[in-house]
Write a protein that binds this ligand. Sequence first.
Ligand SMILES: [Zn+2]
Length: 418
Amino acid sequence: MRLQVSPSGRATCRTCETRIERGALRVAATTLLHDQTVERYHHLACLVEDDPNGAMVAMLAAPPELRSAAERLLARNTGFLTAVAHAAAAKVAAVAASDAEFDDATEAVLEQLAANPREAGPLSVLQDQLQERGLPRGELIALELAKAPETARLVELKRQLWPPVKDVRVTWGTGFLRTMSVMVRDEASAGAVEQALRHPSARLLEELSLQRWVGALPTLPASLRRLDLQWCEGAGASVEAQPRLQHLQLNHVEDAAVMRSASLQSLECGPDVVAAPLAQLVPRVSTLVFQAPESIEVLAAAGLLKQARVLVLSQVWNESVLDALAQTGGSWDLLVYPRLRPNESQCRLLQRLARRSAVSLSTGVAEWVMHTARPEWGLGRVRARTAAAIEVEFESGVRTFAPNASVLMGVEGVWIGS
Ligand SMILES: [Zn+2]
């Protein structure tokens, strides 16, 4: 999102569909369409109506003279201008506070939390320490530990601790950012990633997704569990430095061959990655999520299939995949194939291939579910289902979802053996 003066009268506003006149203030937004980056433009005033957050990001990033021009243009929209002023002040305050927030005592607790980022005990110790010093994160942790509803105060605290950053999408959990997703469009957004990862709010980051990153990775928080790299180059050697990384997802990554990890438990990839020798990475991986069952021979040839105890075949449905698996001579503890609705002979084949299989998924009420965006979690047993929430027990712990969460797929499953 970039605020600029329209250099010509050729562009059309994507919001109101009318021409943006030369010299008018517009916001340029870069989006990814069919693997290509595309610039789209909006009248500033149209974007404020349509996507005030996006407009705010553009305002905060704009040079002073453009921002003043924008403030004159939007003079009647006092609500929006006040929000921008608050966010700008919070950004300045956050930069000033960031160096001072963690002292030796809090660092010791953060160290403990890096090993177990959601543990309530250390989080409440940290909350006490921060609140004693009057720091806003202490209050935020207290509110979130008490499962307070999303009040204006909670929103304000979050904005104070993490003003919106261009191209960086985040989710919160108990006082800290827990997931971060960035598509790197240009040098500015690459710089934003490095800053964001050094930010105090990112100290307990658990999941990072990077698209189009080029070069070695910046220093990542020691709490990181899940790393998702798409269209990245040069990040391979940095993977080893992540002491607690459990899951790695790779799509169109150039240097998978140099990746190693002593902590990695599960790997999700497509055939392009498998073709690279992953010997350093694979030895401890026991869960393999493969996105292209039609290329199962590639997987077998790379030796990955023998390593895996849990095999998840996601995304693509292919009829001959069971035969291809049988031909490898392997067998698995758990085979998950969401798209397969097996007939009788396929059921017999499944019995030979795996001790337990989960197939034929459909939405609806089920005792067992799978998280479609986190297949590495494997199968979860539904512990409680109320009007307000679904509670699911995965091997990694109990998670709570909204009752209509579309990420959960029910497993009707064929269950074989124990
Ligand atoms: Zn418009």
